[in-house]
Every structure is written in structure tokens, then in C-alpha cells.
Write a protein that binds this ligand. Sequence first.
Ligand SMILES: NC(=O)c1ccc[n+]([C@@H]2O[C@H](COP(=O)([O-])OP(=O)(O)OC[C@H]3O[C@@H](n4cnc5c(N)ncnc54)[C@H](O)[C@@H]3O)[C@@H](O)[C@H]2O)c1
Length: 437
Amino acid sequence: MTHSANPIPPHSGKLLVLTPGMGAVATTFIAGVEAIRQGNAQPVGSVSQLQTIRLGHRSENRNPLIRDFVPLAPLSDLAFAGWDVYPDDAYDAAARAQVLNPQDLSPLADFLHTVKPMKAAFDPAYVKRLDGPNVKPMKGKRELAEALRQDIRDAMAKAGASRAVMVWCGSTEIYLRPAACHESIESFEAGLDANDPAIAPSQLYAYAAIMEGVPYANGAPNLSADSPALEQLAIERGVPVAGKDFKTGQTLMKTILAPGFKARMLAISGWFSTNILGNRDGEILDDPDSFKAKEVTKSGVLDTILQPELYPHLYKDLYHKVRINYYPPRGDAKEGWDNIDIRGWLDYPMQIKVDFLCRDSILAAPIVLDLALFLDLASRSGRKGIQEWLSFYFKSPHTEPGHVQEHDLFIQHVRMKNTLRVMAGERPVTHLDEHEE
Ligand SMILES: NC(=O)c1ccc[n+]([C@@H]2O[C@H](COP(=O)([O-])OP(=O)(O)OC[C@H]3O[C@@H](n4cnc5c(N)ncnc54)[C@H](O)[C@@H]3O)[C@@H](O)[C@H]2O)c1
């Protein structure tokens, strides 16, 4: 049985995926899409490409692939463009990032060499350990924002794309609190004219995207589209936005494990998380101001999952500590350790050790793909403003003012699939008794 919903306009033409930042994550994403298109790889880790969606009762056996159920843009119709502070094209940047092996990159070389970064809107005051030459000459924030808007139009014309989406894959900027200029569209625009230091480059990209009607997702912990000013602008311009900070390694594990402990009413006394990583992201996070932004998005997760206010005996005194250590020999192959001190019956203590030898960009790349495709779908479905249903992909989900962030991966997953069902006119799945109507 279906609910009435307006049919989602079908995809046609090219969809341009714009990435501010063409480093490890962005190039692993672009290279991966091309390898899949060449028939040499599978989109492992991508919900949009591999996952099925159950429709109706389980006994009906209707389980189409999500990509067949909703009209997503096919990988063959994706085009890519981006900006970076360094002039390396996507092949050279991918080779430098050393995420993918040279033998996997070489069949993609011709294509990757064609993806060259546009000049970045960049200011080293916001990312202290970075300084490259491929930067726009102008200094005024209004002028920079207008130049980014022009870049979007030019890149779409060059790609022959009728639609675009933007996913921030740039570095983590220093921690910024919302300021007066973030309160309304008018104050933000006045801030652009006055070069307000509270407006960081990532906000210029978000502003430019929204002004151009381009959906925007923020893969880093920066304050970018998550201010009343840009939220209002997104509603006004009819643009969906989502964020922030891709949920990949350790936080993914945390939001898988913590809901399980809570479901079993096991107490947690302490959760110590530490990481070693040696890529450029790790180097930037070695700066205390950038780490602060990351620490904030990583730390909030447990409280909302465990609800210590409802379960004080189990979780009120939980000691949660997160550390990131820059350790160059590891490159992109991060190691995340967790020591979890839990308690069981009669408060008897136990310990769990998790040692995740992960690959950061391998985990992040399919998230970029899914966000690009789902935000484009959301836009075609007439959705605008904050897309909470995409919380599944983020460490610190961008939520409507007054809403509590949902961090539990399983609740996020159910919500995402139910949103897709409802978008396409199907009934949400409640997992109640199958014999019910
Ligand atoms: N890899 C993961 O698992 C993961 C998870 C969550 C979040 N992230 C975030 O994703 C982002 C990208 O990660 P990465 O590993 O690709 O980092 P990276 O350092 O390899 O790439 C980031 C790129 O952004 C560029 N850049 C910085 N400021 C820019 C600006 N204003 N305009 C244009 N380009 C700019 C840098 O020059 C760099 O090439 C980081 O912010 C990181 O914290 C990554």
C-alpha cells in the first residue's frame, strides 16, 4: 500500500559534485567513482548503491535496491569539480595522499588529471598549518563569495550540468562560536561587507552554494551552514543542507556500540578514545584550535545516546575522553583505540578494548557519494533547510533549532530509510507485528 506523495521529478542530465578541498577524502571519492564506472571496483560502504529497502510487510518480499527505488542520479552522470589551496589535480593529490595504491590509481590517471582545482577562498588565519599558492587574490569576503558563485556557474557550464551539490571536504577550521553576524541573513550579508572575522572561508562556500540553489553538506566540524543566517537563507532559496563532520572511524564505532550497551542496561564508567594518524588532516588537527572544533563534535555523542538524566546510576559519572595524536608514519591508515570500562550485574566491572585499524578516507568516500546523491534527491523532492534524516552520516548532526541531536546509528538508519519510503509514497516500516494491517 502506498501513501500519496508528489512524484519525485526524475534525474536527467549531469549532476556536478563540487568539493571545496581536494585532499585525501575528495580524491578517494572521485577516484572510487571512476573505478566503479570503469567496472573495476564495487561501491562498498555506500548505502545508496548497495543497500536494499524493504517495502510493505516482510512477507511481501519487496526489497528493491535504494537506487532503483528512488530516482538517484546514476554514477555515470556524475561530474566533478572542486577548489583547493594546492594546485595539484585529482591524480597528483590522490597520489600524494597515498590512500589508494599506485596500481589502482594508474588506470584512472587520464580521468583524474582532468579534475583540476579552482583557486580557493582561503585564509591561513582559519587553518593555521596550511598555506598553499592556489588561492584567490581578493581579500574582501563579499568579493570572495561572489567569486565562488561565479566558479559554481562556470563549473556547471563546463560540465554541462543542470544541477550541482557541494560537499565540504576541506580542512577543519579553527573553532568558532556563532556571532552576531550569524543571526540573520541581513546581519550575515552585512558581515560579508564588513569582512567580519567571525565569517570563515567554509561559510563563504556554504553561502555561495545556497545562493546558487546548490545543496550543501559539511563533512568537517567547522561552523559553516549551521547558523540561523544560513539556515534561513537555505529555506528562502529552497535549498537542502546537512552536516556536520563525517561519521567514519572511532565515532562510527562508538555510535554502534553505545546503543547496544544501553539497550542491555549495562553501566559505563569510562570511555577513553585515542587516535594516531599521520595524514594532512592529522597534521591540521595537531593545532589546538582545529582540534577544539573536532573535540566538540566527537564528545557530544555519548551523552545523547546514553541519556544520563534518565539513567543516572548507569551513566551519570561516565568519564569520556577523546585524544587525537599526529603520528606521520601512519599516513591515512589511522589507528583508533577505545578502552571502555563497563559494569554489569551488582556493578561488577568489566573492560572492553577496541583497536580499529581503519582507513579514514576509505570510510569517508562512500559518505561523500551518498550525501551528494541524497541531497540532490532531497532537492528534487522539494525539501529545503536542514535535512535531519541524513544524521546517519555525521558525528554532530545539524538539527533544527530546539531539536535534540540523534546519535544512535540504528535510530538514524531507520529514520533515513523511512524518509526515503515516505518521499516515494510508501508506508514507513515500524517493525511492529507483521500481521497488523
Ligand atoms: N577522513 C575521514 O574519515 C574524515 C572524517 C570526518 C571528517 N573529515 C574531515 O574531512 C575533511 C577532509 O579530510 P581529508 O583527510 O581529505 O583532509 P586533507 O587535508 O587531505 O584535505 C583537505 C584539503 O582541503 C584543502 N583546503 C583547506 N581549506 C580550504 C579552503 N578554504 N578552500 C579550498 N580548499 C581548502 C587543503 O588544502 C587540503 O588539500 C577534514 O576537515 C576532515 O577533518 C574526514
